[in-house]
Design a protein around this ligand. Structure first.
Ligand SMILES: [Fe+2]
Ligand SMILES: [Fe+2]
Length: 274
């Protein structure tokens, strides 16, 4: 699969220091909402919870939907973990993908931008937001202090299990992230849903785009193998588009819909089995 050459620049012209400021979010009333979200997330995302959710959802026996059906559903969702926007999700997806397209990124990456949060349809299946969205982190080993609101892990029952609180926990040195049970949510779910359809770089962007303590803070390298390290720059290339394209300017979906219909037809099956 081809690789991208452009660097994210001009289309991402918002004040980049203003995003992901959890102490002073851009929309002030979101502070309590986001903090409460992470209290719930860090309390309930135990190692056993993650394994149970994988067993529950990764057999994909729920329903068939076209990618567009799933996108239309996302229009009804406001992400409680996001301190920066309260826009419908599909606007965020269009903004992310259009910024990539404007920068000349490869078409598979533009498509990845367009669908990267599609896994949030887990909310459609009755899952609470703390089990769908938010930053992700490895379970079954020590928590990085770089994880947002890491002080809330004191409420997670895994902290009372010494075998899950060592540097490597249940893992071995440099075992590779594929072996690691990340906290459960839309990233992991969508990765498994699309793993047969997109190139490896795209799959890393989808699976680890919320793993900020790795791709932004540089932690957890001791669990990474050579492939993870090779793919890290792609996850980092994806991130500015996910983050800085969240501005109130809305590209109109109907104007760009034919382009994305063609892109989906090129890479994805007509229906997806969720
Ligand atoms: Fe996401
Ligand atoms: Fe996103």
């Amino acid at each position: 699969m081809s690789t991208a050459t452009a660097t994210p620049t001009d289309t991402l012209s918002a004040d980049k220091t203003a995003y992901r400021n959890y102490a002073a979010p851009q929309v002030s009333e979101t502070f309590d909402r986001v903090k409460e979200f992470y209290r719930l997330n860090h309390t309930h995302q135990t190692h056993d919870f993650v394994k149970a959710k994988k067993a529950e959802f990764l057999s994909f026996t729920r329903q068939k939907m076209t990618p567009w059906d799933a996108l239309n559903y996302l229009n009804t969702l406001v992400d409680d973990s996001d301190p920066d926007i309260a826009l419908p999700q599909i606007d965020h997806l269009v903004q992310t993908a259009e910024a990539m397209r404007a920068d000349g990124q490869p078409d598979w990456m533009v498509l990845t931008g367009f669908v990267h949060d599609l896994g949030k349809v887990l909310c459609l299946f009755g899952e609470p937001q703390w089990a769908v969205v938010g930053d992700t982190f490895p379970t079954g080993c020590a928590y990085s202090t770089k994880i947002v609101y890491s002080e809330f892990f004191i409420h997670n029952t895994d902290v009372k299990k010494p075998e899950l609180q060592t540097k490597y926990g249940v893992y071995t040195p440099n075992c590779g992230l594929d072996e690691v049970h990340m906290s459960w949510g839309h990233d992991e779910y969508l990765y498994h849903l699309l793993r047969d359809h997109l190139p490896l770089e795209a799959l890393y962007m989808i699976r680890y785009h919320s793993f900020y303590s790795w791709h932004k803070e540089g932690d957890y390298d001791h669990l990474c193998n050579a492939q993870d390290r090779a793919m890290l720059p792609w996850v980092q290339r994806f991130n500015p588009y996910d983050l800085y394209s969240k501005n109130p300017h809305r590209p109109v979906l109907k104007d760009v819909k034919p382009y994305y219909e063609d892109l989906m037809a090129k890479y994805l099956p007509a229906t997806l089995q969720f």
